[in-house]
Design a protein around this ligand. Structure first.
Ligand SMILES: Nc1ncnc2c1ncn2[C@@H]1O[C@H](COP(=O)(O)OP(=O)(O)OP(=O)(O)O)[C@@H](O)[C@H]1O
Ligand SMILES: N[C@@H](CCO)C(=O)O
Length: 311
C-alpha cells in the first residue's frame, strides 16, 4: 500500500487554491508503488496524480520535475508537472514535498507484447533525443562509486560462487565515459511504463533520472523487458525493442561494441541494489525486497554470452 501520508479532501482543497485547476471532485489513494504516497486527483479541469515525496529532499526534486516538464513539452509521453499560479511546481503538503502531475492513461504490463516492446524502445529513443537539450545535471546516485561501495558491503554476505561472479564482473568492467552521454531514466522497468492495450500511455517514475551513458538506459530496459524468467534473453522482444530504439537514435560503432559489457553493468546494478535491500533493510521501512537471484541469473548469462550489436 502506498499511502504513507494521508491527505484529506479539505487539506487538498486548501492546497489547490494556489493552482488554477477548478474545484476538487475526487481524491483517491493509489495502492501501487512502494516509495512515495500517490493519489489520483480529479478536479473540474481534469485528472492528475498527486505525489508526496517520502524520501527525496526538497533540493533534489526540481531536477526531476524540470526534466519531466522539459520532456513533456517536447512530446515525450510522461507526466507533465502542473505549475501553481506563481510558477512553482513543488510545494509542501502535510510536511512533505508534494507535486501534481498530469495523469497518464493505461496500466503497467507484466508480459509485454512485441508491439509494446517496440513502443518502449521508440519512447526511450525519443526521450534520449529530447533530453539532449536539458540544461540541469545530476550525478548518477547508483554510479561507479556506489557500485564499488555496495559490492564491498554485500560481498561478505554472499556464497563463494557468488563472490567469484562478483569479483570477475568487477575486474572486467570497462569505463563507459567515452560513449554518448545524456540524461537517462535509469529505471525503465515494466512497472514504470503505462499501456492502454498496445497504445503507450507514457513513462513514469523519473526519480532515478541522472546523467550517464545513453546505452546504459537501453541495457537496463532490455534486461527487464527482454529476458525470460531463467535469465536468458528473449530474442524476439529484444529485437523489437532495439530495432525501434535504433529507428529513432543511431547507435555508434563504439556503443555497439560496448553492448555486452553494458548489459553486465546494468544487471550488476540491480543485483547489487537488491542484495543490499535484502541484507541491509532500512529500519521502519516496509520490506519489499525484490529477488536478487533474478539479476544474478541475468548477470551470469551476460557473462557467458558476448554478442555485440552490429553497427
Ligand atoms: N502520472 C501518472 N499517471 C497515471 N498513473 C500514475 C502516474 N504516476 C503514478 N501512477 C500510478 O501510481 C502507481 C505508483 O506510482 P510509482 O510507481 O511512481 O510509485 P512510487 O512509490 O512513487 O515509486 P516506486 O514504486 O517505483 O518506488 C503506478 O503504478 C501508476 O499506477
Ligand atoms: N526497478 C528496481 C526497483 C526500483 O529501483 C528493481 O526492480 O530492483
Amino acid at each position: 500500500m502506498s499511502v504513507f501520508t494521508t491527505v484529506t479532501s479539505d487539506q487538498l482543497q486548501h492546497w489547490l487554491k494556489d493552482f488554477s485547476l477548478g474545484e476538487l471532485l475526487t481524491l483517491q489513494g493509489i495502492a501501487a508503488g512502494i516509495t512515495n504516497t500517490n493519489y489520483f486527483v480529479t478536479t473540474t479541469q481534469g485528472r492528475y496524480v498527486l505525489t508526496l515525496f517520502e524520501k527525496n529532499t526538497l533540493d533534489e526534486l526540481p531536477f526531476f520535475l524540470d526534466l519531466m516538464t522539459h520532456l513533456a513539452e517536447r512530446g515525450v509521453l510522461c507526466p507533465h508537472p502542473v505549475a501553481r499560479s506563481d510558477g512553482g511546481k513543488l510545494g509542501l503538503l502535510n510536511g512533505k514535498p508534494a507535486a501534481l502531475v498530469s495523469c497518464l492513461t493505461g496500466r503497467d504490463v507484466e508480459s509485454a507484447t512485441l508491439g509494446q516492446c517496440a513502443a518502449v524502445g521508440r519512447a526511450l529513443g525519443q526521450m534520449h533525443l529530447a533530453g539532449q537539450g536539458f540544461p540541469a545535471s545530476m550525478v548518477n546516485p547508483r554510479g561507479d562509486a556506489w557500485r564499488d561501495a555496495t559490492a564491498a558491503q554485500v560481498r561478505s554476505k554472499l556464497q563463494v560462487a557468488d563472490q567469484a561472479l562478483l569479483d570477475s564482473v568487477l575486474s572486467a568492467m570497462p569505463s563507459f565515459a567515452d560513449l554518448p552521454q545524456g540524461v537517462i531514466h535509469a529505471d525503465l522497468f515494466r512497472d514504470n511504463v503505462l499501456f492502454d492495450g498496445e497504445q503507450l500511455g507514457g513513462i513514469i517514475d523519473f526519480y532515478y533520472a541522472c546523467d550517464d551513458a545513453l546505452l546504459y538506459d537501453l541495457a537496463i530496459a532490455v534486461n527487464d523487458w527482454c529476458v525470460q524468467p531463467d535469465g536468458t534473453p528473449d530474442l524476439p522482444r529484444q529485437a523489437a525493442l532495439l530495432e525501434a530504439y535504433r529507428g529513432v537514435r543511431t547507435l555508434t560503432r563504439e556503443e555497439c561494441a560496448a553492448w555486452p559489457a553494458m548489459l553486465r553493468r546494468a544487471a550488476l546494478r540491480f543485483w547489487l541494489s537488491r542484495l543490499y535491500d535484502l541484507h541491509f533493510p532500512q529500519s521502519g521501512e516496509l520490506t519489499h525486497a525484490k529477488d536478487p537471484q533474478h539479476f544474478r541469473r541475468i548477470l551470469q548469462v551476460r557473462m557467458d554470452g558476448h554478442t555485440p550489436l552490429t553497427a
